[in-house]
Design a protein around this ligand. Structure first.
Ligand code: ATP
Length: 528
């Protein structure tokens, strides 16, 4: 038996079943912790009034009431004692209710010792960190600072978001983050992770819409060597990569139904099996989802599984549009320009002239913060004066607008190399970018010309490619290389020139096998 963990308060176990109480007592003592037992709600209340506990683990159904009452009592108390619930097999509703009431985690019967161990370690790790800081208020202030640095803005909408963040960071429960494209959903997920006790572990963001369906299972759960053609080495998936940390499923609505079933199972069991493996591995991952689609409506339309929706949609956060918080534009613009100055190695960031700032504040930003960021990146790179002038912003309501608000691909769209990567209409070349488009070969010029019908094209001697997909890939590769060359192989700067986001560009670069020898430059954001 391991030695007692010194300095820790005991764990309170509340269960009206004597057998389970005894099992939990023995198992937790084997982990080296003291245990206090209570067999009813009344006894639990009495024990809670007598001393402090490092963790409370309560069954949901107790002879004289419900465990959720303990959850509510502890969540309302000023000192933050983590509380977790034990739910009956298959009663997902109870688990969801408890998480919403403030439980940090739950465990389903029959209790697995692995899960119990990981739950206790998580709870105590977090308690110890809070104790080490010695003052919960100092920790809370630090967390608030980190959140404010990631999500600046003084608007009431943003203050509300930051208030929610600290509540969300304290829980282990899944979070669904909704909001328009570019409103900062991924950024909010990062902020929750960075202010949670998982901050020292990985944050992995996965764009569900960018993964071909046939690769999905292997990308999520990994594979063993020889599991399929091309699997020449064992490899972990996103779940393994995010172990101990957070996994963000961006554009979760794009997950095919078959994958939704596998994901639900992994979330319920907290175990995953690599393709071709005979055993499952326990994983400790907090899942968050982001979507600009209405998931509830997708459930009604039969496009998203209801059981998965309930499992994921425990806690919610809505990111406001930039229109709803136009007063944050100056502070956001300053943060973005400071970031750009660091990237370009400028001693001091460029500033916006008064006229440029006023124009930005008056613009509705259909593409939200991403559009503001793209716009400032281009203006920063091409402004000739010290400050960014109104003219440097270019026309705000034309190409950039359409590129920024392009719809994400429908979950029913079959995969093509372009699906999820390209706008519904052809990507416009930003008007003010001095990008000299790839010098197209004569045949491409002819095909791209505005010719009315095939017969007329034939008359004008158009040479059609023998392999259209390969030809298109060549053109795409060439254009991407031009954009990379233009930006000194800086992918973050190249992406907006192409109307793509960084993840999409990275994915295309990988798919097209583009190597520039300086691949990893400026790859700070996103893990998938
Ligand atoms: N508060 C902010 N401060 C600075 N930059 C921000 C902020 N919010 C978002 N951004 C930037 O805007 C871009 C879009 O943000 P993010 O990817 O989080 O949005 P999203 O809502 O997840 O977008 P999508 O729906 O397209 O996935 C990112 O480059 C991000 O760095």
């Amino acid at each position: 038996m391991p030695p007692r963990t010194p300095g820790l308060d005991p764990i309170l176990v509340i269960d009206d079943e004597a057998d389970l109480r005894e099992l939990l007592d023995i198992s937790i003592r084997r982990m080296g912790h003291d245990v206090v037992l209570a067999g009813s709600l009344a006894e639990a209340r009495e024990k809670l009034s007598q001393r402090r506990y490092s963790l409370v683990l309560t069954d949901m159904r107790l002879g004289d009431g419900l465990g959720i009452e303990i959850v509510r009592q502890l969540s309302a108390a000023p000192e933050r004692v983590p509380v977790a619930v034990i739910t009956a097999y298959g009663s997902a509703d109870n688990a969801v209710e408890a998480l919403k009431a403030g439980a940090f985690d739950y465990i389903a019967k029959p209790v697995s010792l692995d899960q119990l161990r990981s739950l206790v370690l998580n709870a105590l790790g977090r308690q110890q960190r809070e104790d080490q800081d010695n003052a919960a208020s100092a920790e809370a202030a630090q967390a608030a600072d980190r959140a404010a640095a990631l999500l600046p803005g003084h608007s009431p909408a943003m203050q509300e978001v930051r208030r929610s963040l600290s509540r969300l960071a304290r829980s282990m429960a899944p979070v669904v983050i909704s909001g328009e494209s570019g409103s900062g959903k991924e950024r909010a997920a990062r902020a929750i992770h960075a202010t949670s006790t998982r901050a020292a572990h990985p944050f992995v963001a996965v764009n569900c819409g960018a993964i071909p369906e046939n690769l999905m299972e292997s990308e999520f759960f990994g594979h063993v060597k020889g599991a399929f053609t091309g699997a020449d080495a064992e490899r972990g998936g996103f779940f393994q990569a995010a172990n101990g940390g957070t996994l963000l499923l961006d554009e979760v609505a794009d997950l095919p139904l078959a994958m939704q079933v596998k994901l639900l199972r992994a979330l319920q069991e907290r175990r995953v099996r690599k393709i071709g493996a005979s055993r499952e591995d326990a994983v400790d991952v907090r899942v968050m989802c982001a979507s600009h689609k209405d998931l509830a409506a997708m459930v009604s339309a039969g496009q998203f599984r209801q059981d998965l929706y309930y499992r994921l949609n425990v806690l919610e956060l809505r990111m406001p549009t930039l229109r709803e918080r136009a007063e944050d534009i100056p502070v956001l613009a300053r943060a973005i320009l400071e970031h750009l100055a660091v990237r370009y190695g400028d001693p001091r960031p460029r500033r916006l002239s008064q006229a440029a700032l006023e124009r930005l504040v008056a613009y509705p930003f259909p593409g939200n913060v991403r559009e503001l960021e793209n716009l400032l990146e281009r203006a920063y790179a091409f402004a000739e004066a010290e400050d960014i002038q109104l003219a440097d912003l270019g026309p705000l309501d034309t190409n950039m607008e359409r590129a920024a608000i392009r719809p994400a691909p429908s979950p029913l769209t079959p995969y093509t190399p372009w699906a999820g990567m390209m706008p519904a209409e052809p990507a416009p070349i930003p008007v003010s970018a001095p990008l000299t488009a790839a010098a197209p070969e004569p045949e491409a010029v002819a095909v791209a010309a505005d010719l009315p019908d095939p017969a007329e094209r034939a008359c004008r001697g158009v040479v059609f490619p023998v392999d259209l997909p390969a030809r298109l890939e060549d053109v795409e590769r060439e254009i991407i290389l031009q954009a990379l060359a233009q930006t000194g192989f800086n992918r973050t700067a190249a992406a907006p020139l192409l109307g793509l986001n960084l993840r999409q560009l990275r994915y295309r670069i990988q798919q097209l096998g583009i190597r520039d020898g300086r691949d990893e430059r400026d790859e700070g954001e996103g893990a998938a």
